[in-house]
Design a protein around this ligand. Structure first.
Ligand code: SAM
Length: 418
């Protein structure tokens, strides 16, 4: 097959018609470098309480194709410690042969080992406490869901799971029954479907983790181009895993005016602040009753139920601050040379301002279409909501979106008066 030479970052690789290379994913690889570098630099795995037996930490790129991603991690990460070995794996023998050539020609053969296995099999074999991975990168064609169960078990306590899903159409409400089959959640075709997609993937990862007494902390979750990319820390903690129903819930979406309401499956309250045992420290209470009537009170259309989805934060505030600091360092020292640096900075800036405790968003244009008015300037809408005493932010997932803690009634009143 025809072989092409490609240069991306510090790597020069060969790819062929038989082995997958997607130039559009350069942003995905650049962003992953920044996130991984920030995670390692700040020793975030140390937040895990179950100390790994091994000190020879490993990173696993479970679906590696040309090996480009692993080669770039090996060549470009400024903070590699404590990772001593990078494993690049692919089920296709042709891919592994090409990967071996690329790894050698980039001088990475001491750092990167290759394997030719089914990704799940490889990960399941490393479930044992002495052999876990510190970082796992899952970047398949389509859905990453088939790899969640194995990944959450093969990660060390506090380890980092990096996930790409390219089946965004399914996650965004085309064939929600397929979404339910793959992710255990009904997707909705709505204005805020791109954030909902992130919340569906987080729900699926959390469900897998909770089965094994683990819980998730999403560090950064972004919807870009035709895919979603999520960076999630996985911790061991059966007590917290049991509380995850309080971070999960349903979305009620009106088919007429696009009003939406969310409801968590339960609430957690502090029972005994002195107790260090999670089960006796917190009390879990299931939620009761539907939060909406069968018909929407604004337009009398029916509601469609979506979910369950992850309703807690999709980014970690502290981590996003660390990423911003790291980006400033990179800019000032021009150390890492990333083609898509400007775009990364732009997205992280918007993410850092997103309201973390407000799930989903409205599209300004969509509301105006519904009530037939001209869209207000975003500053005017912002100040109207702020003047009414509510918070408001944009979302990185949609250009004319706004997130707000204002009730639906207030939002409609503002638009009708506009
Ligand atoms: N991560 C790569 C990058 O950044 O360039 C791209 C990976 S490509 C989208 C997906 C790869 O997964 C293909 O090379 C395919 O052979 C491999 N693959 C598919 N199913 C697999 C499985 N069950 N286990 C391991 N590899 C698999």
């Amino acid at each position: 097959s025809k072989v092409n030479q490609i240069k991306e970052g510090k790597a020069s690789i060969n790819c062929s018609t038989e082995v997958f290379y997607n130039p559009v994913q350069e942003f995905n690889r650049d962003l992953s470098l920044v996130i991984l570098d920030t995670y390692l630099k700040n020793k975030l795995w140390e937040k895990g309480t179950k100390k790994p037996v091994e000190t020879n930490f490993k990173l696993c790129e479970a679906l590696s194709a040309t090996g480009l991603r692993s080669i770039r991690y090996a060549l470009e990460l400024e903070n590699k410690d404590p990772i001593k070995t990078f494993i690049a794996n692919d089920l296709s023998m042709k891919a592994v042969e090409l990967m071996n050539e690329n790894i050698k020609s980039n001088g990475c053969d001491k750092l990167i080992k290759t394997t030719n296995e089914d990704a799940c099999l490889l990960l399941y074999k490393c479930r044992d406490h002495s052999d876990k991975f510190l970082v796992i990168d899952i970047d398949p064609y389509g859905s990453a869901a088939p790899f969640f169960d194995a990944s959450v078990q093969a990660l060390a306590d506090g380890g980092l799971l990096m996930i790409t899903c390219t089946d965004v159409a399914i996650l965004c409400g085309n064939a929600s029954e397929t979404c339910f089959a793959k992710y255990g959640s009904m997707s909705l075709r709505t204005e805020s479907c791109h954030e909902m997609a992130l919340r569906i993937v987080l729900h699926a990862v959390n469900s897998s983790a909770a089965r094994y007494g683990r819980y998730i902390v999403p560090l950064l979750s972004v919807s870009v181009d035709f895919y979603v990319r999520l960076f999630v820390q996985i911790f061991y903690g059966p007590g917290y895993a049991k509380m995850s129903a309080s971070k999960t819930g349903m979305v009620f979406h009106c088919n007429g005016c696009e009003s939406f309401t969310t409801q968590k499956l339960g609430n957690v309250t502090l029972k005994n602040a002195k107790s260090t045992n999670v089960a006796s420290r917190y009390k879990f209470t299931p939620c009761t009753g539907p939060p909406v009537a069968d018909r929407c009170k604004f337009c009398d259309h029916h509601h469609t139920i979506g979910g369950p989805v992850w309703l807690d934060s999709i980014h970690d505030e502290q981590f996003v601050k660390l990423v911003k600091e790291r980006l400033n360092e990179i800019e000032n020292t021009s150390s890492m040379k990333l083609q898509t640096f400007k775009r990364i900075k732009g997205i992280v800036e918007v993410v850092s301002e997103e309201l973390l405790d407000v799930p989903l968003y409205y599209g300004c244009d969509q509301i105006c279409r519904t009530i037939n008015c001209i869209p207000p300037k975003s500053e005017i809408l912002r100040s109207a909501l702020l003047n009414c005493g509510y918070r408001v932010s944009a979302s990185h997932a949609h250009r004319s979106s706004f997130k707000t803690d204002a009730p639906n009634q207030v939002i409609w009143d503002i638009f009708r008066m506009w």
